[in-house]
Design a protein around this ligand. Sequence first.
Ligand code: ADP
Ligand code: ZN
Length: 214
Amino acid sequence: MKLILLGAPGAGKGTVAKLLTQLDGSVQISTGDILRAAVAAGTELGKKAEAAMKAGDLVSDDLIMGIMGERLKQDDCKKGYLLDGFPRTIPQAEALKKLLAGMGEKLDCVVNIDVPRDVILDRLTTRRTCTKCNAIYNVKSNPPKKTGVCDKCGGPVVQRDDETEAAISNRLDVYNQKTAPLAGFYEKEGLLMSVNATSSEAVINAIKKRIGMK
Ligand code: ADP
Ligand code: ZN
């Protein structure tokens, strides 16, 4: 399947994407994960992205399109992909449309995961991430067995730099301004599917139904 997962930070895009990869071998492509890896490795890309990310602002469209133009051409995308955190602006959506048309590819649908703001705020402040394998935990609902240590890979589980109260509030504002308009864009394209759900299982079931998967 070829999907875009749309939704505010903390809506559960990453969790849903990880569950979907288990269904048919599609790969999860998270621009946030790619950027964090670049920052950790201290690459040129990482240096360019770091300040914007820390403040909860968006990285430039050019930088993101450079990454995605390369990423979508890789072999593992043949089985399908789940775009998590991309596109995030109208120019990125327009550029993606051209890119896919050039590759002769079509998206199945764009899933807009709608979660109330208070739920989002609570989730983001309690979220913890493994810096090694990107597994996601929650101090309240899904803590690692040993505090601060990833169950899956033993890596350090920490609160992200952009998950302080100030950065979170900025990320939500940026989302409402720059990314929320994508729902209208994809509605016009006939690709939008909105799910009003707080459980990832309900989201997965709605997606399966829409794309005709058992
Ligand atoms: P979130 O949990 O907010 O969805 P992500 O892991 O997707 O976070 O992204 C973290 C940060 O990486 C964003 O706040 C932004 O600075 C940058 N980023 C990720 N994807 C994009 C994108 N498509 N366009 C611009 N910036 C991006
Ligand atoms: Zn891990």
